[in-house]
Ligand binder design. Structure first.
Ligand SMILES: [Zn+2]
Length: 116
């Protein structure tokens, strides 16, 4: 497992030889780890960003969401969130995407990260 980014709330790793090769990233929060694809991560970011606004679904009824359902088709997992956690989760995903984009760009030009 290679750490991509971590903060107070959690961490995201890339995992070589993940059970499902499409889900080669792992979001770790406390003692749980969830395998995700990059698509899942950006979908999760959409959900996290939507939590800044009141939600009119049956659960929230016009209040701010206090749960995030994880984008995994087979399981119903959700994270309980409060505004403090929300900002950290958002930062975690955004920084991870940023790191991945940089790595991809450097790879494309065959530039090593620590060579100057
Ligand atoms: Zn809702």
């Amino acid at each position: 497992m290679n750490l991509i980014y971590k903060n107070e709330y959690g961490a995201i790793y890339s995992v070589e030889g993940a059970p499902n090769p499409n889900c080669s990233h792992q979001l770790i929060i406390g003692s749980i780890g969830i395998y995700m694809s990059l698509h899942d991560l950006s979908y999760l970011l959409d959900i996290v960003e939507a939590c800044h606004y009141p939600c009119h679904c049956e659960n929230c009824q016009g209040k701010f969401p206090d749960k995030i359902f994880l984008p995994n088709g087979n399981t119903e997992m959700c994270l309980h969130i409060d505004p403090f956690v929300l900002a950290d989760l958002e930062e975690l995903i955004k920084q991870t995407q940023f790191e991945l984009n940089i790595t991809q760009t450097l790879d494309a030009y065959k530039i090593g990260r620590h060579h100057f």
